[in-house]
Design a protein around this ligand. Structure first.
Ligand SMILES: [Zn+2]
Ligand SMILES: [Zn+2]
Length: 309
């Protein structure tokens, strides 16, 4: 299996001279199994480039599988620009954490309403199917076994442990650390005091995350904030590289990939972050990589040429 990063930013796209090397597109990752099976995780603006590549490779209409962490803009904004959707006969299955499949249909249909976009969802040639995912309830897509993981984010988010070709990795975005209840918090209401039930729920969520990513080959984690930024914006629902390292150390994860970079972090600052956490991770026995647009990583054992074994 291998994964490729098509968008590594959080919040909003940041094209421009300051983001040439790490990239400015929002969240989107492609996973490939050895037999050619493909999974798409999140549909930020990085999805546009991936869609164009998939269309070039396709020999006819295909069936695409898209796992969404949640439906904040930076995770769905590429959907209307996914070029295979405009090929008749294409099927697109979307998996997301929502209370009902028709709610997901409304969300996806909502962003293409005629006020916002010239082609309404009903007029898109591809056939869409919606699947509700539930943390703790595993499912399979082709050669991939997928385990959804509840995360701590305003209005909820779900991570995925993805197993295939005898190895596994995990996608953990978006999430805050587990010392504040953010998943049910309204943005304007500010931090709410923790109840005993909240503490238990957060502890359970954290414990399940650590258990589910335990011993995975690679963990891609929401490390939007640097520590000083986190203290100013804890209610935004994102983590720092230090918080990700703590979780990975507990879960015996040997490779952490920093992901969902803050749009304000330009290439020079990202170089500093990458170097700082490469050293910090090495001291803990964890290889810390910093994702950039176009980065491809083999998951599991590799041959001498770096390709998946
Ligand atoms: Zn996000
Ligand atoms: Zn979000």
């Amino acid at each position: 299996m291998q994964i490729t990063f098509w968008g590594v930013r959080g919040s909003y796209p940041v094209p421009g001279a300051a983001t040439v090397r790490y990239g400015g597109q929002t969240s989107c990752v492609e996973a490939r199994s050895a037999n050619g099976g493909c999974l798409i995780i999140d549909a930020g603006t990085g999805l546009r480039g991936l869609g164009n590549k998939l269309l070039r490779e396709a020999t006819g209409p295909e069936h695409y599988h898209l796992l969404l962490s949640h439906v904040h803009w930076d995770h769905i904004q590429g959907l209307p620009f996914f070029s295979p959707a405009y090929v008749a006969g294409t099927k697109i299955s979307i998996y997301a954490l929502l209370t009902a499949a028709d709610e997901l249909h409304q969300v996806i249909g909502g962003i293409t309403r005629h006020e916002f976009f010239p082609v309404p969802l009903e007029a898109v040639p591809a056939e869409f199917a919606y699947h509700q995912v539930e943390p703790g309830v595993d499912f399979t897509i082709g050669a991939f076994k997928i385990e959804p993981i509840a995360l701590n984010h305003p209005f909820g988010s779900v991570g995925y442990r993805i197993e295939g070709d005898g190895s596994s990795w995990a996608y953990v975005a978006d999430t805050a650390p587990f010392n504040e209840v953010l998943h049910k918090q309204h943005f304007l209401s500010g931090p709410e005091p923790l109840s005993d039930d909240d503490r238990v729920a957060l502890g359970t969520m954290r414990e399940a995350l650590v258990r589910r990513i335990r011993n995975t080959d690679t963990v891609v984690y929401d490390t939007h904030f640097l520590p000083d930024e986190y203290t100013r914006f804890p209610h935004y629902g994102h983590s720092t590289p230090d918080q990700a390292l703590e979780i990975c150390a507990e879960a015996n994860v040997k490779r952490l990939v920093l992901y969902h970079h803050a749009p304000s972090h330009g290439d020079d600052q990202m170089d500093q972050v990458a170097a700082q956490y490469l050293a910090k991770g090495a001291a803990m026995g964890i290889e810390v990589l910093t994702s950039f647009e176009g980065m491809t990583l083999p998951i599991g054992p590799t041959n001498d040429d770096g390709k998946p074994a």
